[in-house]
Design a protein around this ligand. Structure first.
Ligand code: UDP
Length: 325
């Protein structure tokens, strides 16, 4: 693939910084724009000073800045968003405004320069649907608007619809990915993500706080697999105009996950069950199962995940041990 200039919004975040590393290693140039609200400078520090890398601290709603950056880019990977269930429940206004206004801005400036756009969406948009696995064309079933959690799914669905509208109405090259529980080294647990939280609790000898009854199940996907998929999709013309699931294939309950992390870290921690009302807010609704159908991405780019759950857990444990030294 010829060298391209990528703009990564939210590139100082967990997924964006892994993607930047891969792109730079493959000879592409990368500009990261991030306001460091949930991303952090340490994630991109290793790239600063590398040829072809540039970091701009700003919000994506600064149109003047974003316009200039888009004018220099062939591909925009839009990852900047309010993420993490805890953050969403605590800051619903920020979540909706950031996700909807930010995406509007990205699509508007990218269109001016015909830059290809990859929009990161989420498996959250499948909501409470009970069909397993979730396929891209499935109907979605969301909870009521009075339950704050669903505002995140709604904001991401607006993003998806807007991206598809730019594709259909303006011929803008846009693709949408729905990410399922991406995890791995460097993810923060500050905004609710379960794997880094459990690993930190296990390493500190604290109880692992399992929310609800722990029977809810997830498929975790290693960030290294996720960013490989993102990069390959941006290079694939057939991905334009499509919505594409990216997720792991190994399903595990949250209680089993806690036990697995305790065992693999050699921790003496115990599991503590915490009611949802205490963990989030009264009336909080969780998804019982969330399994991706990845037939589409397999067909498009031949992608399947390479890293098994145990490997992911070990990489997070190793990263957290190194970070605490
Ligand atoms: N969870 C948990 N303890 C935590 C954080 C999360 O038991 O400290 C549960 C959460 O209720 C959900 C699952 O782990 O059922 C995955 O949570 P996460 O926020 O990582 O992702 P989600 O699938 O909710 O987007």
């Amino acid at each position: 693939m010829a060298s391209q200039h990528y703009l990564i919004t939210g590139g100082a975040g967990f997924i964006g910084s892994h993607l930047a590393r891969n792109l730079l290693a493959d000879g592409h140039s990368v500009t990261v724009i991030d306001d460091l609200s949930t991303g952090c400078f340490e994630n991109i520090e290793p790239f600063v000073g590398q040829p072809g890398f540039r970091f701009v601290i700003d919000t994506i709603t600064n149109e003047t800045v974003l316009d200039r950056l888009a004018s220099e880019s062939q591909v925009v990977v839009h990852l900047a968003a309010a993420v993490g269930v805890q953050l969403i429940v605590e800051q619903p206004v920020h979540t909706i405004e950031t996700n909807v206004m930010g995406t509007e801005e990205v699509l508007k400036v990218a269109r001016r320069y015909r830059a290809k756009v990859l929009l990161a969406s989420t498996s959250e948009v499948y909501g409470k649907g009970s069909k397993i696995p979730f396929s891209e064309d499935d109907d979605v079933l969301l909870g009521p608007t009075v339950k704050t959690r669903w505002s995140y799914a709604v904001s991401k669905m607006v993003d998806e619809c807007l991206g598809l509208a730019y594709f259909r109405e303006h011929g803008q090259p846009v693709m949408i990915v729905r990410l399922f529980n991406t995890v791995g080294a460097g993810q923060t647990g500050r905004y609710g993500m379960v794997v880094p939280r459990f690993v930190r609790q296990a390493l500190a000898g604290e109880d692992l706080a399992v929310y609800g009854d722990g029977t809810q199940q997830r498929c975790f996907c290693d960030v290294r697999d996720t960013v490989r998929a993102l990069q390959q999709l941006t290079e694939k013309d057939e991905a334009v105009g499509e919505v594409i699931n990216i997720g792991g294939g190994e399903e595990i309950s949250i209680l089993q996950l806690a036990e697995r992390i305790i065992a693999r870290s050699g921790s003496s921690s115990k599991v503590r069950m915490v009611p949802y009302s205490e963990a989030y807010a009264p009336g909080f609704e969780d998804m019982q199962r969330r399994v991706p159908d990845t037939a589409k991405i397999q067909r498009l780019i031949g992608w399947t995940p390479r890293h098994a759950l145990d490997e992911i857990i070990d990489s997070v444990i190793a990263h957290e041990r190194a970070a605490s030294r």
